[in-house]
Design a protein around this ligand. Sequence first.
Ligand code: SF4
Length: 441
Amino acid sequence: MGLTGLAIFKLLPKTNCGECGVPTCLAFAMALAAGKATLSQCPYVSNEAREALDAATAPPIKLVKMGSGDKVLAIGDEQVIFRHDKTFYHPTGIFIEVADNDANLAAKIDEINGIVIERVGQKYEVDGVAIANASGSADTFKAAAEAVAGKTDKAIILLTECPTCMEAAAGAIAARKPLLYAATADNYEKMVAVAKKVDAPLAVKGADLNAMAELVAKIDYKELVIDSGARQISQVIADQTQIRNGAVKKRFRPYGYPTIAFTTEADPAMEVLEAQAFISKYASIVVLKTTKTEYLMALFTWRSNLYTDPQKPIAVQPGVYAIGAANENSPVYITTNFSLTYYTVATEVESTRLPSYLIAFDTDGLSVMTAWAGGKFIGEAIGPWLKDSDINEKVKKKVLIIPGGVAAIKGKIEDLSGWEVMVGPRDSSGITSFAKLRLNV
Ligand code: SF4
């Protein structure tokens, strides 16, 4: 368990000098216990106290980085068991497995590079490629690692339990900081030596959860990713759950690392469901085989939802957006800057094929009805804003189309802005027919 604020306070100098940014040592201790401060902010902690506090205040799960350049993947550093307790920080890395002896390896990497999905303003891509040493040959493995590294800047996992093969491949692409998978009870001394030599993170695989913990405790290298070795879905979920609970609640150090899970289903739909379960239950990396975009999209969406901060609505930048080649004769719609609402409305407006303006009104990311109920999407707020907005210079006809659900704000907007207000459909799906009927599209 982490230390309480009072336990931390006992180890602080108690001079209340304020150099840490808060007025008293007690306030600093409370901030430290809540994860809102770091020990380095106090310059006067004794070495003994620092040692005790470092261990007690270290994150329950270590942050591990792999990959290079713009594609560095950070995993771990999670603080909670349930997302709603705070938030999850580092989204699960999604990797596609390829074989080192695949005759179509180059084409496969092109295909993986080509997986780019855009949804509600977010761009989703696969995080990396896991290269399996299916050939068993060090030369083939090395050549495949070089070929993959030459064709993609995504993160790379090297999958082999053969230390010689790992040394050849990892040495060839060390600058890419691949994840080396895996050290086992049989090979760990050699694998650790390779990981240290190339300065890369190392995955530790056990025969089961206990064996994995024993192996982790023996390894004097801390850039680790852990795998209990389970492959049956129910066992993977049980192990992942035990690992997260042990790391967060009990601060059991051998569990305090990011985890990796592998799918086993051959059918892409089932495989993605399996991966989805692993993402939900704490896997830091999921390795799967399908490259089918229609299935991966569901996985990306699921991950995105899970790793969104539940206390912060996803918002777009407030402002006036042109949909198509909007001009002085274009209609003007308004919605809130809640990301999902904005992009849904924008898609519908776009499908009218009539170049238009769409105002994303600043509601701190709340949806239309919630913002209206909260007093953020009301005539008293929109009217004055509209009056001063540069949209006045952009269009000749001052007509604002508002969502039908908030028809009640029409009068106040008109009073305060001088614009005419047209009440649009209650649901954005009605925008196309609304435009046909009312805007003569
Ligand atoms: S800097 Fe250290 S000694 Fe000074 S108030 Fe903060 S915690 Fe206390």
